[in-house]
Design a protein around this ligand. Structure first.
Ligand SMILES: O=C(O)CCC(=O)C(=O)O
Length: 285
């Protein structure tokens, strides 16, 4: 899977690039699943909860920005993320069972597919620690022209930027003044043949340029944390991430967590059933 040296590299630099990590059989299935959704998008003239479309999307010339939560809508995406090589890789890097957070398929269409401005992920969905990481799978060959993902090595240990605009609204990107302080020449551009995998830590400064080539750049992304890391509800995407959010892979939930350096075992997850009262629990009603 990955060597101890690669794990050390991830720890130091906050990212990994694994050329041709996903085999041809998986790739054929993933591409077929993705193609299905591109076909479905032809009947749409506006974005909805599943499909994020560019403004000039048409039935004849589909232009997708993103497929939202693919694990919830196709068994191949689900198998890859919950059992397949991507799940195995997440467990290897995080050293045991993991907690799934969310997935998405960013298409970055040919002929100007949009940039993803420089940002860090953790502000979008803070957790009780900084173990969350995102694993990307390039569904096609990706070269320099296609807006590959850029990551700033070591930035996962640095400043956590304010992603709000000057007017106080949420911008989701590092502002221009802060970007000007970032050493862009240090950026590592993660490209490779179809099936290549990217891994980046949740605090990593990253983004990507527009795709000015004549080929789309589909990048399938799935995010996991360590099992004892929990999303902080009430902030950003946490609590709004799809039906599979919180699923434990490779173990059983045991509700251990550490907050502010103090370890404890929290109560069960009562989101679905509703909480009992303290009287009900203590009297074992
Ligand atoms: O698609 C990309 O190049 C980067 C994706 C990303 O950073 C995001 O969607 O948060």
């Amino acid at each position: 899977m990955v060597t101890d040296e690669q794990l050390e590299f991830y720890d130091t630099n906050g990212y990994l690039q694994l050329d041709s990590f996903i085999d041809a059989t998986w790739m054929a299935e993933l591409r077929a699943a993705s193609d299905d959704f591109v076909e479905q998008s032809r009947s749409l003239d506006a974005s909805n909860r599943r499909f994020d479309l560019e403004a000039n999307h048409t039935a004849e010339a589909p232009r997708l920005r993103r497929l939202v939560s693919p694990v919830d809508i196709h068994p191949t995406f689900r198998r890859l993320a919950f059992e397949g090589p991507v799940a195995q890789l997440a467990m290897r890097i995080l050293g045991g069972p993991v907690r799934f957070h969310h997935s998405k398929l960013n298409y970055k269409w040919s002929g100007g597919g949009e940039e993803v401005k420089w940002h860090q992920d953790i502000q979008f969905w803070p957790h009780t620690d900084f173990t969350p990481l995102t694993i990307g799978v390039y569904l096609d060959d990706v070269d320099d022209e296609m807006g590959p993902m850029g990551v700033l090595p070591g930035s996962h240990r640095g400043q956590l930027y304010d992603l709000y605009n000057a007017d106080g609204s949420w911008g989701g990107a590092i502002n221009d003044a802060d970007v000007a302080t970032i050493a862009m020449s240090d950026m590592a551009w993660l490209q490779g043949p179809a099936g290549s995998v990217t891994v980046h830590n949740c605090c990593m400064v990253h983004g990507s340029l527009p795709n000015n080539s004549d080929r789309a750049r589909p990048l399938l992304l799935q995010t996991y944390s360590a099992i004892d890391s929990f999303p902080v509800l009430g902030i950003g995407a946490n609590g709004a991430d799809g039906a599979s959010a919180g699923r434990i892979i490779g173990g059983e939930p045991d509700q251990h967590l550490t907050v502010d350096g103090r370890a404890m075992r929290g109560a069960p997850d009562w989101r679905k059933a509703g909480p009992p009262t303290i009287f009900g629990s203590q009297q074992a009603d």
